[in-house]
Design a protein around this ligand. Sequence first.
Ligand code: F6P
Length: 342
Amino acid sequence: MRVGVLTGGRDCPGLNAVVRAVVRKGVQVHGHEFVGFRDGWRGPLEGETVPLDIRAVRGTLPRGGTILGSSRTDPLAREDGARRIHDTLAELGVEGLIAIGGRDTLGTAARLADGHGVPVVGVPKTIDNDLPGTDRTVGFDTAVGVAVEAIDRLHTTAESHKRVLVVEVMGGEAGWIAVHSGLAGGANVILVPEQPFDVDRVCGWVTSRFQATYSPIVVVADGAVPKEGEAALGRTPAGTPGQVRLSGVGEWLAREIEHRTGKEARTTVLGHLQRGGSPSPADRWLATRFGLHAIDAVHERDFGTMVALRGTDVVRVPLREATGRPRTVDPALYEEIGVFFG
Ligand code: F6P
């Protein structure tokens, strides 16, 4: 069988590890051939391919990014999108497709599979870990590791200068990175998108930490908002045409803390550092297992499915489970870890 592979959406560590596992098992165990599609759904939409064989994946296990390229192209935004994808697959003799992506890419995969009969299997990835249907996504563990290393380093500056250090981590709609890195890094305050925060309460907590002789570390997810709403950040809602974000929540919060408590505050925005570089051992492990299971699903022509982690098992679930609302952090976890959540 000839199998197509694409990586879509925002990049994350571990994408190449999935592709490598798919190709190696596909060639060596099942005897399949591969076609790489360039830049996510843009590849099959426009018929753009990348050579993909054992040689192309050699040495890629520890490499960040994606050898296939990525984009956030939505083929279903075009009326003829599904037909064009069918035409490309037919022209190239591709009988099965593996889409490695987050909610956008796999949401498109689900609609193409269910509504248009495109033979696709999904693999979940995103540093945000917010994809419904799986307990873990490829990229999350690496991002948490980057954030923890940064928080560890920031503790010493916080203490040396008796400052408040605000660390802005990624997490547009869910606070998984904030909660995991904040706990592992010993943060004093963790602010997440799931729960609007009260700046006065954050400042009260910061002051009490100083009284207890700690120099506080505040971890804030980039999607967290104060109780007053997005407008209070002095920025317009993301995506509003013609308008720009004036600052991120981390910078805004440090200014407010300094103003309201009189304590010096600084911000570190980790940004895309969390999405780049070599995947952690745990991400290589998960990516490889997902890849091995995904090519088996294609081999069995079990299309319209996604590989997923449930507990410690890799299982197959309907692709449509990846769509819909993001998987957010269970509030019981905030209680359990006992950190101040604003
Ligand atoms: O992958 C999702 C994410 O990591 C979000 O947590 C973050 O808000 C977003 O990417 C930022 O992405 P970019 O600025 O590259 O579009």
